[in-house]
Design a protein around this ligand. Sequence first.
Ligand code: NAD
Ligand code: UD1
Length: 346
Amino acid sequence: MAQLLITGGAGFIGSHACLVLLEAGHRLVVLDNFSNSSESVPARVAELSGISKGQRLRIIHGDIRNREDLDLAFNAYTDGITAVLHFAGLKAVAESIKDPLLYWDVNVNGSRSLLQAMRSYGCRTIVFSSSATVYGHPDQMPIPESAKVKPINPYGKTKAAVEQLLNDVAESEPGWRIARLRYFNPVGAHPSGLIGEDPKGVPTNLFPFISQVAIGKLEKLKIWGGDWPTPDGSCIRDYIHVMDLAEGHKAALDVLLMGNSQILTLNLGSGLGYSVLEVVAAFSRASTKSIPYIISERRVGDAACTVADPALASKILNWQTKRNLEQICKDCWKWQEKYPHGYVQN
Ligand code: NAD
Ligand code: UD1
């Protein structure tokens, strides 16, 4: 059992990871400023794990850029913090193009501030949320970790910068145990339907958009391009169930805690690609709702196909995805049906 600091632990991926880590017996402190999440999330995570909030799940409403908030987090347990899982950050590509200063501040300066606090508390184990977006438009498919890092938007550039910062920190002194996890497309929800993805405003990502079409909140899906060089003309992505992703974090943490200094860079994906049209059909089956759509212009910045090569993660973490597209759609729909307005009005 370890004491873990979970930055951004109230968010979509962090909340599911908290649940898996509580179930593994760890004690957690979540540091979140709730800029993109609801304060009701930790209570739901506690409920699902069968503990009472406060018992092994402490919450600090604070910011990773604020040293006083970090001090509170590192002092949450008398035995100190063994490792950090760093989910806190901003993730919207379009917003990052409009406001790169904000993205560099939260994602890069926030990570620097966290690492500085870690160093002063003697905590040198961190799992970082990176993204497949660091590959930009890769030349190889499926994408191995050895593919070139060449992000094409400010969001991706901040993720690549933090990866580099972690590398520099690891080289600066011995003892650092670091996992840089490059997620492909995290989707789905906990099978209970109690926690899930709750984007603010009109969603820009595919699954939240389709869910809201299925529930009747949005009229129809616009498929960004029907003339891509793929079998059915729509883009292909590697969708990973958020519970598989959460379990991947536990596996990475276990490997770090068992080993000496090391820096891991791993893809977390399924290795399978599905087209937008295939996702629409699968979601329609799972929800038994029709999903009206039109084929629209291509979206700027999209790639035809992005699929992970997950072989290295499978070997090093002894982990692989277990849930298929059908399960993803089923769980996503359960969350949407149970909480059509997300966390806000429930
Ligand atoms: P999310 O927005 O749901 O969760 C991020 C959490 O961090 C939120 O609860 C937010 O309130 C919090 N936060 C933001 N800025 C903060 C700050 N300055 N201090 C403290 N807390 C702060 O996002 P998510 O989908 O759960 O993503 C988690 C991480 O994974 C992010 O770093 C994201 O970039 C990365 N990632 C996400 C995806 C994806 O598709 N969801 C893909 C690849 C990588
Ligand atoms: C996007 C980001 C990526 C980020 C990820 C998670 C871009 C170009 N990429 O990935 O950097 O890490 O979200 O936040 O923004 N689609 C439609 N209609 C829609 C929405 C999506 O056809 O209304 C299609 C897209 O063209 C894409 C697929 O569905 O082919 C998945 O899209 P999305 O969920 O936005 O994820 P990515 O674009 O892969």
